[in-house]
Ligand binder design. Structure first.
Ligand code: THU
Length: 172
């Protein structure tokens, strides 16, 4: 498991650089077949998003260790905060349906009725926190694939890369 380790036992003030590796694919076609298939499931999932307010439709597809694919899409609400992002719909669905089954990869993609999303959609802070909980719970990294409607695909090998200094159960 990868963490961005921060030294807290140093007495004097100092700075520390945290870094992570981002893999950048020029387009979907460059991805390994399995990852491409998963992203295409996310593309399918985003078509069923319920996003009448933002017109921004997000799809997520995650693959579990047993090979099952679980999808999610954003579900909005007239009372805006009651809606939920695609990533959390998918990850909670997986937790409810396959408890104890490790999540290997989550693919995320977004489209908009207002403009062409030509850059990767990154998960919001709340979704990062939720994915982080499951990564820590399963003790193995979750790979994140991010894509817009067209253009480059980004890959992180762990949610810890997108959420350094995450809050977790060790503080409780
Ligand atoms: N949204 C997601 O589904 N995932 C994210 O990570 C970012 C935002 C949704 C929430 C809302 O329905 C719409 O996109 C606009 O914020």
């Amino acid at each position: 498991m990868r963490y961005h380790r921060v030294s807290t036992n140093v007495v004097s003030m100092h700075k520390q650089n945290l870094s992570f590796e981002l893999t950048i694919f020029d387009d979907l076609e460059e991805l390994p077949q399995d990852d491409k298939k998963l992203l295409l499931k996310a593309v399918e999932a985003r078509k069923n998003a319920y996003a009448p307010y933002s017109q921004f439709q997000v799809g997520a597809a995650l693959v579990l260790e047993n090979g099952a694919v679980v999808i999610g899409n954003n579900q909005e609400n007239a009372c805006y905060p009651s809606g939920l992002c695609a990533e959390r719909v998918a990850i909670y669905h997986a937790g409810a349906t396959y408890p104890g089954e490790r999540i290997k990869t989550i693919a995320i993609t977004a489209t908009s009725k207002k403009y062409i999303v030509d850059r990767p959609a990154a998960p919001c802070g709340n979704c990062r926190q939720s994915i982080s909980e499951y990564e820590l719970k399963q003790g193995a990294p979750i790979k994140i694939l991010m894509m817009g409607e067209t253009g480059k695909v980004l890959q992180c090998d762990s949610i810890a890369d997108l959420l350094p200094l995450a809050f977790n159960d060790s503080f409780l």
